[in-house]
Ligand binder design. Structure first.
Ligand SMILES: *Cc1c(COP(=O)(O)O)cnc(C)c1O
Length: 393
């Protein structure tokens, strides 16, 4: 009998979610109704942000966040190589240059020491970044306090790419509270912590930024009479003030998001429970599971097995072995600077050694709330076999 394929991640959809979606489908408004504002308010309250603006993906949220911070041609944004390409693409959409800061071997997150050195160097060359986009990989918060201090010292803005991290905490506060950043972005893609099919959210405590993102998600149009440029506005008038996009979330998605948000704590608790089992069963000199700092509650988007003795050859063997056993292991992520598109911009091997090492030592194991204990036991058994076969001397 062939064993069923266990993916690395998947959504959890309840009957309540399905009913919430059906209610919108039977209602008058499929978009621009009341579900999206309700979801925005609920999320803002949950993460303790003043404003939350929903859009059709985290990629769109990152793009509009960069625009709202004034990122444009001639500017530079920095992010890490160990992330999804969208964390870098958002700056390129604005005509800005992108550069990367290497990750730390300990945390897999942006290395504060490298960041500090790079900033010193960039300052001496008058090439400081306008925006930094730290990424909370696997749901673990970056060292935001240190980043905030550097942002004040060097005068750059901060967008937290928290696509993995809704439901997590840093220094006691919910990720999204923007205590140490200008904007925080969440993703609701089905593999993430909560889903709207496709969808994203930008949180901020700055009302001008929130207004700007709202306007940009809907063509650059405003319907608020108080903001009109015309002297005698008529009731049929709306004004386009800048070039925007249609990045709106539908109310079908908003209702799903609202219903999913109500399950956030349960999802995060189950993910932490599953990670605990992986840690208890696999932690050894050959495998380290996610290391989560004491300052953090992780949403555990990914269960990352780090194999310090792995090499590119061994990595390929382990990956192929586990896939042959129908275990959907995955690499998160291939370093962005080594993508063909970014190589063409001048990046190459050796530029960010820790991110490159990470890519042949780190494997995401199946992690999602509905992962059954028996399936997880099978994953653990096969990972142990792979360690015996390919990592032990
Ligand atoms: C998923 C993801 C994105 C993009 O999210 P979408 O909602 O799919 O656009 C951006 N950054 C990171 C780190 C992600 O994991």
């Amino acid at each position: 009998m062939t064993e069923v394929f266990v993916p690395y991640g998947r959504q959890s959809i309840s009957n309540a979610d399905i009913e919430a979606v059906c209610r919108v489908l039977r209602s008058d408004y499929l978009t621009q109704g009341s579900s999206v504002p309700a979801f925005e308010d609920a999320l803002a309250e949950k993460v303790n942000a003043k404003h939350a603006v929903a859009v059709n993906s985290a990629t769109s949220a990152l793009h509009l966040a960069c625009l709202a911070l004034g990122l444009q041609e001639g500017d530079t944004a920095w992010t890490v190589p160990t992330t999804f390409v969208a964390s870098a693409n958002c700056a390129v959409y604005c005509g800005a240059d992108i550069d990367f800061v290497d990750i730390s071997r300990e945390s897999n997150l942006i290395c504060i020491e490298s960041l500090r050195k790079r900033l010193e160097d960039a300052k001496s060359k008058s090439k400081l970044p306008k925006v930094l986009i730290p990424v909370h990989l696997a749901g673990n918060s970056c060292d935001m306090k240190a980043i905030k201090e550097l942002s004040i010292q060097y005068g750059f803005a901060v967008i937290e790419d928290a696509s993995h991290a809704i439901g997590g905490r840093y220094r006691g506060e919910m990720i999204g509270a923007c205590t140490f950043s200008d904007i925080t972005v969440f993703s609701f893609h089905p593999v993430k912590i909560i889903t709207t099919g496709e969808g994203g959210m930008a949180c901020t405590n700055n009302s001008d930024i929130a207004e700007r993102i709202k306007r940009l998600r809907s063509h650059g149009i405003t319907k608020e009479i108080a903001r009109f440029k015309a002297n005698k506005p008529n009731p049929w008038v709306y004004e386009q003030h800048e070039l925007g996009f249609n990045y709106r979330m539908t109310d079908i998605q908003g209702a799903l998001g609202m219903s999913q948000l109500a399950q956030l704590e349960r999802f995060v608790a189950r993910r932490n429970e599953l990670l605990g089992v992986y840690q208890d069963s696999l932690e050894s000199e050959y495998i380290h599971m996610n290391r989560i700092s004491d300052e953090c509650l992780s949403s555990v988007h990914l269960a990352i097995a780090k194999m310090p003795t792995s090499t590119p050859d061994r990595y390929e063997q382990i990956f192929k072995y586990l896939r042959s056993k129908h275990i959907g292991v995955q690499l998160h992520y291939m370093p962005v600077h080594l993508q063909p598109y970014y190589r063409k911009k001048g990046f190459s091997e050796g530029d960010f050694p820790e991110a490159e090492r990470y890519a042949y030592q780190s494997l995401s194991l199946p992690m999602y709330p509905s992962l059954e204990d028996t399936a997880q036991s099978r994953v653990i058994r096969e990972v142990k076999k792979a360690v015996d076969r390919y990592l032990k001397p």
